[in-house]
Ligand binder design. Structure first.
Ligand code: FES
Length: 159
């Protein structure tokens, strides 16, 4: 009897280091999951490719350092996501403060991030094995795919 291939998480080869550095952002599908690999300020990061908020394509987002953390800014509604932890960050003021000062707050981990390793000029990604639900998981599933397709259609109709 043939055994079905089980998802392992990896490590999966995703490219040569110099190619990924040149590309800066690379899209890969690993075990059916769409992943964005980013090279920024000398380090690699990997995270789910679609924004946890409404499935925006993070591949086209700007990267900025916010509150000491490198973050990708979703091009769709400008949500900020830290590259290392996948934390959702937002800036807000406390109206009880006088005068109110805007500060950064965390919504917790919203975007699934993955481990990147380099060996002999080759880069590998190991998928996160965190068994808990992370909001970006939704846009990797069938329902999320449908939602993304609907949103794309709506955007096309607007333009
Ligand atoms: S889809 Fe990313 S901020 Fe809304």
């Amino acid at each position: 009897m043939e055994e079905e291939e089980q998802p392992t998480g990896g490590p999966h080869f995703v490219g040569k280091k110099d190619e990924l550095i040149k590309a800066k952002r690379s899209f890969r599908t690993i075990e059916g999951r769409d992943i964005l690999i980013i090279h920024q300020q000398g380090a690699f990061y990997a995270l789910d490719s679609y924004c946890y908020h409404a499935g925006g394509a993070l591949q086209n987002g700007d990267i900025e350092e916010l509150n000491g953390k490198l973050c990708i800014i979703c091009p769709k509604h400008k949500y900020k996501i830290s590259l290392t932890e996948g934390e959702g960050l937002y800036k807000a003021t406390d109206p009880r403060e006088n005068p109110p000062v805007a500060r950064w707050f965390s919504k917790g981990v919203k975007q699934r991030t993955h481990m990147v390793t380099e060996t002999d000029g080759e880069v590998h990604v190991t998928l996160s094995q965190n068994p808990g639900w992370v909001e970006s998981d939704f846009y990797q599933g069938e329902k999320g795919k449908e939602e993304r397709a609907k949103a794309e259609e709506a955007d096309k109709a607007k333009s």
